[in-house]
Design a protein around this ligand. Structure first.
Ligand code: SF4
Length: 364
């Protein structure tokens, strides 16, 4: 017998595929499963979904929040009536999220005037609201008070999350790591052909791993022969110690994915350049990008900053990435030549064009 929407949603929790999904979904998955819930995810981000979200908020709201609102609307349209929208205030003592992420439940309550149950636990380690409190608060809002059940769900959440983290640290791509982790599998990475160029991308997971927002930046770089490292490939300890080595402090909650990742690869001379990807008008990102820009210039490491909003066109975006990669190729070739280390590097975009006219072009 077909169930009606309300009955279905009594056992289902909706999770918007935006913001904290990109950091915490493996934990959320295990935790809610452990509590006896099925999970309904919103659909992939599309232009339509972004426009939908943008209609609810003032225009100078940053793109990731517009996207988040669009995902909540998407879940409501799927008939979901229980949606998880946490308030992540601080993730360690005095390590804060921006006001918009802190106030997500309030934003949604104020802009979406539709009936649904919002599960809105708070995490605020600065004010002694710890992760365990966050989990218990979530369970209580779902009318679950059995401590044993909650503890088992927390353990299950961590086991899925730890599998995910083990795979991403080993270099498994984000989407694959999520897929395998929730299937309770750990896979090892296939042997990879070493790419001649590499960059680190400093970006929030919700910007970088949402392929519509990042315009599949990682895949585009891979096609250009560039290996892209991200914050997921750096352990928390390495990211924190790299920030400290630069003489900086961790202030923002997502700092490890941005400053931490960039600092780690820069200090270990592991990359040929840095790409910062941030939302137009984002205050925290502009501070973190400036900080890294300063240290990158000191070390003479090329860096490019891409800002995105809902109007960013793919053609201009790709042109900038290609120009940056061309410059990295020419720079690396010169360094190799100066060191008498002759290696074959891929042709730059300009050279590929020249090659059509002159078949004798040789690349060092
Ligand atoms: S950190 Fe920046 S991009 Fe992210 S939600 Fe806050 S203002 Fe928007």
């Amino acid at each position: 017998m077909k169930k009606d929407n309300n009955e279905i949603c009594n056992n289902i929790i909706g999770i918007p595929k935006a913001i904290s999904y990109y950091n915490n979904y493996p934990f959320y998955f295990g935790f809610f499963k452990g509590l006896g819930f099925d999970i309904l995810l919103s659909d992939k981000t599309t232009t339509k979904l972004i426009n939908e979200g943008s209609n609810y908020v003032v225009s100078d709201t940053c793109l990731p929040i517009k996207v988040f609102v669009g995902h909540v609307v998407n879940l409501l349209e799927k008939g979901c009536n229980t949606i998880f929208i946490p308030s992540l205030q601080s993730t360690a003592y005095k390590v804060n999220n921006c006001t918009k992420i802190r106030g997500l439940p309030e934003i949604i309550r104020n802009v979406i005037d539709r009936p649904f149950k919002m599960i809105e636990p708070t995490l605020d380690k600065t004010n002694n609201i710890f992760f365990k409190d966050f989990c218990y608060d979530t369970a209580h809002q779902l009318d679950i008070f059995d401590e044993n059940k909650i503890e088992v769900a927390i353990q299950y959440g961590w086991s899925i999350y730890n599998n995910f983290q083990q795979m991403t640290l080993a270099g498994i791509p984000f989407e694959d790591a999520i897929k395998y982790a929730i299937e309770n599998k750990i896979v090892s990475k296939p042997i990879e052909i070493v790419k001649p160029l590499s960059v680190v991308i400093m970006a929030h997971g919700y910007n970088l791993f949402d392929e519509r927002i990042s315009m599949s930046l990682i895949k585009k770089l891979e096609k250009m022969g560039v290996k892209a490292y991200t914050g997921l490939n750096v352990s928390k300890q390495d990211a924190i110690s790299s920030i400290e080595k630069l003489g900086e402090i961790q202030y923002w909650a997502n700092e490890l994915d941005l400053t931490g990742a960039a600092a780690y690869y820069m200090l270990n001379n592991k990359v040929d350049g840095i790409i910062a990807l941030s939302a137009f008008g984002c205050g925290p990102d502009s501070l973190m990008v400036d900080e890294i820009q300063y240290h990158a210039s000191e070390k003479g490491l090329p860096m490019m900053h891409l800002t995105i909003d809902e109007h960013t066109g793919e053609a201009g975006f790709i042109t900038r990435v290609e120009a940056f990669v061309d410059m990295l190729i020419r720079r690396k070739r010169k360094i190799l030549k100066d060191n008498n280390n002759i290696k074959r590097l891929p042709s730059s975009k300009r050279e590929q064009t020249a090659k059509k006219d002159d078949k004798t072009v040789n690349f060092v």
